[in-house]
Design a protein around this ligand. Structure first.
Ligand code: FAD
Length: 446
């Protein structure tokens, strides 16, 4: 009689990778997928690992965050990336796939695996006795989201994702910005924030450009209303030209050292990581199209040459407050048999979800075998992504999803020319991953 060692709920990017890793490590896996019994508004086929939108898994170049993560996943024996490689279509330096071929390859590999039982049903209850990985993604269905919320007994599950852009620290112009915290509080290293001032004429020109900018149209199933505390900037400017100046762009308490006065308006940038290599545009969640964000934000002198590590976006999502719910081995602190994987842990994107599927599986296997898994080094893409969801947060620090970017890894300890930095960070990651790979003993990907 079949008795699963691990239940994986959700046969998407994360769940398929997790199931494969566990099965290849001689554990019996029940992989439970609700399609085709219940289809979300975005999923259209019964295939596992369905790409719901773009067929691109982004860059293949290790000097880009997505490329580096893929390289690491390949070395760690990722079945999902191997299946993507096997179904790739020409896309320059990106890895794009023929989506049905990709879905078929993954489905066949799992369906034929002797340690996997593929069950097509909707999970709406959680069994807490068997080790379980929940990888049900942004469109978790069948009432399971409610059960997850009940499990936490509090408000630790979010359904909406409002993301502000992130810029690389070394691309912010120090001549036209200044460091300061409001009212001179927290003056560590000259203030925690970098402030990017705008004079009166520029402020109104900036606002008018936002009013006229091209916006991304929400999907039919996405909510059309926003939380008042987290409004997109385009909604704010539609309410009046001065709303931003009294909201996220308010200058009060921020003396510009060059003038000794508060600017007319400013954009505040807050460190996104402990290394201060990337900064978040505070309160600038937006639905403007990416090229429009680049064009309009570059109007601000301090951001004229800003490198955007991530653009703003707002979309339907489901993710848990991972840093506050999970222990270091990705186990739920109150229910150590349960782990989350994929987008629901607070990462963004196909390959990031796959990476978190692999990590959840490795942690689960280690726990079943009575071991503790080594954490991947923080200098690697896998380690940086893991740190994002696991790093303890201050009580009032908001947690939100991220995609992989170089800002998640520490900067270099040696001086280097800007054009060489990413290559050097990628080389460091390559070298630092090797001992960790030895510790996990990668399985065959196909
Ligand atoms: C409309 C939309 C467009 C997107 N476009 C992109 C894009 O272009 N590029 C990108 O990188 N990312 C995109 N994303 C994000 C994308 O969803 C993730 O990158 C990735 O699919 C997440 O992987 P996952 O494994 O966590 O979830 P998914 O891939 O969504 O897999 C979750 C699986 O769980 C199943 N499931 C859900 N609930 C249950 C249940 N109760 N019982 C059993 N099974 C269940 C679902 O049917 C699904 O197969 C998009 C998301 C949405 C919603």
């Amino acid at each position: 009689m079949w008795k699963a060692d691990v239940i994986v709920i959700g046969g998407g990017l994360a769940g398929c990778e997790a199931a494969w890793q566990l099965a290849q490590r001689d554990l019996k896996v029940s992989l439970v997928e609700m399609k085709p019994v219940l289809m979300s508004k975005a999923h259209q086929t019964p295939l596992l690992c369905e790409l719901v939108c773009s067929n691109s898994l982004r860059s293949n170049e290790p000097v880009a965050g997505a490329g580096l993560l893929k390289q690491e996943l390949r070395r760690a024996g990722s079945m999902v990336i191997d299946s993507a490689d096997a179904n790739s279509v020409p896309a320059g330096s990106a890895l794009a796939v023929e989506r049905f071929g990709f879905g078929r390859t993954v489905t066949q590999r799992l369906a034929l695996h002797p340690n996997v039982r593929l069950e097509r049903r909707v999970v709406s209850e959680l069994s807490l006795d068997t080790p379980t990985i929940i990888a049900t993604g942004p469109l978790t269905g069948g009432g399971l989201a409610g059960k997850i919320r009940d499990l936490f007994g509090g408000d630790k599950l979010f359904f909406y994702d409002a993301i502000a852009p992130i810029v690389s620290a070394d691309s912010i112009d120090p001549e036209t910005s200044f460091r300061a915290s409001r009212w001179g509080k927290d003056q560590s290293e000259g203030g925690d924030y970098i402030n990017c001032p705008l004079d009166k004429d520029l402020y109104y020109e900036f606002v008018r450009e936002i009013q006229g900018a091209r916006k991304i149209v929400p999907h039919e199933f996405e909510e059309k209303h926003f939380f008042e505390g987290c409004l997109p900037i385009e909604v704010m400017v539609s309410r009046g030209e001065d709303v931003l100046r009294y909201g996220p762009m308010r200058p009060v308490g921020l003396d510009d050292p060059r003038t000794g006065r508060w600017p007319y308006a400013l954009i505040q940038l807050r460190p996104e990581n402990q290394y201060r290599t990337s900064y978040n545009m505070v309160g600038f969640q937006t639905r403007m199209a990416y090229p429009e964000q680049k064009r309009i934000f570059s109007m601000v002198p301090a951001l004229a040459n800003a490198e955007f590590l991530r653009f703003g976006s707002i979309h339907r999502n489901t993710f848990v407050d991972s840093p506050r719910l999970m222990g270091p081995q990705m186990q739920l602190i109150d229910q150590p048999n349960i782990r989350f994987a994929g987008l629901i842990t607070g990462v963004e994107g196909y390959i990031e979800s796959c990476a978190m599927g692999m990590m959840a599986a490795l942690f689960t296997e280690a726990s079943i075998r009575g071991r503790t898994l080594e954490i991947p080094p923080e200098t690697t893409a896998l380690g940086g992504l893991y740190n994002h969801i696991a790093r303890p947060r201050a009580k009032d620090e908001k947690f939100g999803p991220t995609n992989i970017n170089f800002g998640l890894m520490p900067g270099l300890s040696v001086r280097a020319k800007k054009k060489d930095r990413k290559r050097m960070i990628a080389e460091r990651a390559y070298a630092d991953l090797s001992p960790w790979l030895t510790s996990i003993e990668p399985v065959s990907a196909g």
